[in-house]
Design a protein around this ligand. Sequence first.
Ligand code: ATP
Ligand code: MG
Length: 183
Amino acid sequence: MEMRIIVAGVPGVGKTTIMEEVAKRANYRIVNYGTVMFNIAQSEGLVRHRDEMRKLPIEIQRRIQKEAAKKIGDMENIIVDTHLTIKTPAGYLPGLPVWVLDNIRPNLIVIIEAKPEEIKGRRERDETRKRDYESEREIKEHLEANRYAAFACSIYSGANVLILENNEGMVEKAVEKFMEALK
Ligand code: ATP
Ligand code: MG
């Protein structure tokens, strides 16, 4: 069966870290949605850094999101590293609105989670990225928003939802559980 998997979770929860390990063991192409969008935005001279993208006007973000969905929709056996919700000053922007789901047609949606205090600490320690500050309370709300969005996407697309914990210092365990779900 052709598998199309979505991996999502709040910024800094560890999606890319886990996907880099999965890529070594599974016959899947890992596609980072933000990177596909960044390449489009950069080629148009709109941004220089990937963390500037969520500051672009919402209409531009939506257009680039649509263009990325078309590109990714043409790929097979993929794991898409993306977001269920993107926090903007104008509210949560859905990462997987119907026009994105219709292109990607996922069979499985994996939400990576960790404790709010762990996520806060990971963001603070990771100097390679410019993530927005969120208090533990805000991170908790963001985690909840992602669950609601995941199940809305599940009902719409028929994809299963797997909730995967990425506990502190336990990347290997999360990777093993992920590999289990691919069987
Ligand atoms: P974004 O959505 O912003 O791309 P992400 O979910 O891809 O974020 P990563 O870049 O994979 O997050 O991880 C963020 C930071 O957390 C990294 O510095 C990574 O090394 C660290 N990290 C990831 N998983 C764990 C873990 N289980 N224990 C401790 N640190 C972790
Ligand atoms: Mg990432």
